[in-house]
Design a protein around this ligand. Sequence first.
Ligand code: NAD
Ligand code: AHE
Ligand code: ZN
Length: 368
Amino acid sequence: MKTKAAVAWKAGQPLTIETVDLEGPKFGEVLVEIKATGICHTDYYTLSGADPEGLFPAILGHEGAGVVVDVGPGVTGLKKGDHVIPLYTAECRQCKFCLSRKTNLCQAVRATQGKGLMPDSSSRFSIDGQPILHYMGTSTFSNYTVVPEIALAKIRSDAPFDKVCYIGCGVTTGLGAVLFTAKVEAGANVAVFGLGGIGLNVIQGAKMVGADKIIGVDINPERQEMARKFGMTHFINPKEVDNVVDAIVQITDGGADYSFECIGNTQVMRQALECTHKGWGQSIIIGVAEAGAEISTRPFQLVTGREWKGSAFGGARGRTDVPKIVDWYMEGKINIDDLITHHLKLEDINKGFDLMKSGESIRSVVVY
Ligand code: NAD
Ligand code: AHE
Ligand code: ZN
């Protein structure tokens, strides 16, 4: 079949809208009509050329929601008409990683996914016979996409696509980092670095679990209003204080119990670790830094009880947890609507990247 898609031909160049050939689903695969997709900073990161796994030409996008149109042989858990959210972190429930119960990082399809291919090492997308690569196993910047069954969360059919698509990455990443990775307890002091599409969901999660002080750090002062709406109690603009770490230590009487880096800046990652409390502070890295970047701190920071952790997709097990998060949204337990600041047509997708770069948008959502 043919599908309309935004194609990334080369790093650093705008996407172009193309009519792409899409092969039907093979064994264990599902054809999904994407109804809406968010634009995450990670799409921009890959497009910029900083991602070691960023291969071109490719169809980016990993924050979508849609409807099953067709299933390939061997698919047993999904049928035509089911509403789904594609998962860049699959959940096969069979691999060593899934069975460990210690991580959400299912590895069943991760190797081929990182090469822009389906599990049989081929692509379903092409233009005039030239293969176009998949991205993060999802490629939601295409109106139709093919995804392994184990990388699809089945969701309720009354959830609006243009809102719950954001659960495909940003919402789950932010809430999950608090709930599943850090397991923040009521009364804890939390510092959040970067108040964009991810950081604001960390704030929402911290408020949800009953955190005490929730300190937000951002160089964009316009983020303050929205962050306060979501539960931030203190705001720090790094440009307005001598030392961000000292400011947080002072507000929290010794340091944050938990901190979250939601930018992808290795200098800030160091600050995020060093602002946590001696003896027990935990700092969770969410931000994705460019190829070759390294983090550093004095080992003494760790010797004296601080812990550095990372979180991918909020530690969520997608097929299990994503449908629950959709329920939370439908029950009014979480706010997604206010974070989606812009709706765009696929033809205007490059504007979505511009809005992100300029700091005007929190999340832009493309509606097909
Ligand atoms: P975003 O562009 O919406 O937000 C980034 C925010 O950081 C902005 O508000 C910006 O003003 C702020 N910022 C930039 N530099 C800063 C600095 N030096 N100090 C303080 N604030 C600064 O991006 P997003 O979509 O929220 O994504 C944030 C990061 O998380 C990106 O690196 C993205 O790739 C990553 N991410 C990781 C995961 C994961 O699973 N680990 C999932 C999604 C996104
Ligand atoms: N290809 C990148 C990896 C980027 C990365 O860390 N991705 C996160 C999700 S970001 C979503 O917006 C993730 O899930 N990582 C775990 C994994 O298996 O990729 C690079 O830098 O190499
Ligand atoms: Zn993302």
